[in-house]
Design a protein. Structure first.
Length: 291
């Protein structure tokens, strides 16, 4: 893909590790400016990475980084982070809503404080970041909002086992659905992106199955490359989409997915928000009622 993010400024929430950091590093290789808006300022052995280590990795890839301590649950912190980004880089071209909280417990076990956290971070945080970044995005030549959230499907089976989490993630997707139409006249692209398979992140390893699920995952770089493909498209011609990573890459002619496998000898496990595999060597999980 010859298109570039050189000189563009990205505000990425939750970019201290995982998919957010991978998206940041891919943009950095083009020479982009990246604001890392995240809470992590001290190392945690279970979830390594801070805004400062992320900044160092981004700059090592050729980008410019701004490490911003920001909890997107709080309006004043998001406003300050955006102001600092604009003051440092002169504007914002792209907002990536990556920060997310997850808890898959059902209604009998999920405490309301965890329910509230997921909704504060996922749905409200996505809405808040879009609201406060929008005045700056409208000034950009090719503005994009990209949210890491699943395609909307009202089949009750996506809600039944983990209602609180699905409600919170779908809240993020509803921001895409509504803002894509609302901002079309302004030329601000608003899209969602979701992976076909499990992605090898600390959250997946710690919460969804440990080393076994990591071996059956794809690397975060597959989502980062798909995000790059979307964010370099003309904003007026690319909005209101719920992209799946492999489909976005296929549109760019990228069909060899083996380099993204953590363990090429293992079939990847299908993400539990998707009905059927899209690419080869992907299997349903027990959640889907199959192997």
């Amino acid at each position: 893909m010859a298109r570039s993010l050189q000189g563009k400024t990205l505000f990425i929430t939750g970019a201290s590790r995982g998919i957010g950091l991978a998206i940041a590093k891919r943009a950095a290789r083009d020479g982009a400016n990246i604001a890392i808006a995240a809470k992590s300022v001290a190392e945690n052995p279970k979830i390594p990475g801070t805004i400062f280590t992320a900044a160092a990795e981004i700059e090592a890839e050729g980008g410019k980084a701004l490490a911003v301590h920001c909890d997107i649950r709080f309006d004043d912190q998001v406003a300050a982070a955006i102001d600092q980004t604009v003051s440092t880089f002169g504007g914002i071209d792209i907002l990536v809503n990556n920060a997310s909280a997850i808890d898959l417990r059902g209604i009998d076990l999920l405490e309301m404080k965890r329910f509230d956290l997921m909704h504060q971070v996922n749905a409200r945080g996505t809405y808040l970041c879009a609201k406060l970044a929008l005045p700056h995005l409208r000034k950009s030549a090719n503005p994009h909002i990209l949210t890491l959230s699943p395609p909307l499907d009202m089949n009750p089976k996506w809600f039944a086992p983990n209602l609180g989490y699905t409600m919170a993630k779908y809240g993020m997707s509803l921001v895409t659905l509504g803002l894509a139409r609302d901002l079309a006249r302004d030329g601000v692209a608003v899209n969602s992106l979701w992976p076909e398979t499990a992605i090898a992140t600390a959250a997946v390893g710690n919460l969804l199955g440990g080393e076994e699920i990591i071996k059956r995952s794809r690397k975060p770089e597959i989502v980062a490359d798909a995000a790059h493909a979307i964010l370099t498209r003309p904003s007026r011609g690319c909005t209101g989409n719920f992209f799946i990573d492999v489909r976005a890459l296929a549109e760019e002619g990228v069909t060899d997915l083996l380099p993204y496998s953590v363990d090429p000898a293992q079939d990847a496990v299908l993400d539990f928000f998707l009905e059927e595999p899209i690419s080869a060597n992907v299997r349903k999980s027990a959640f889907h009622g199959g192997k």
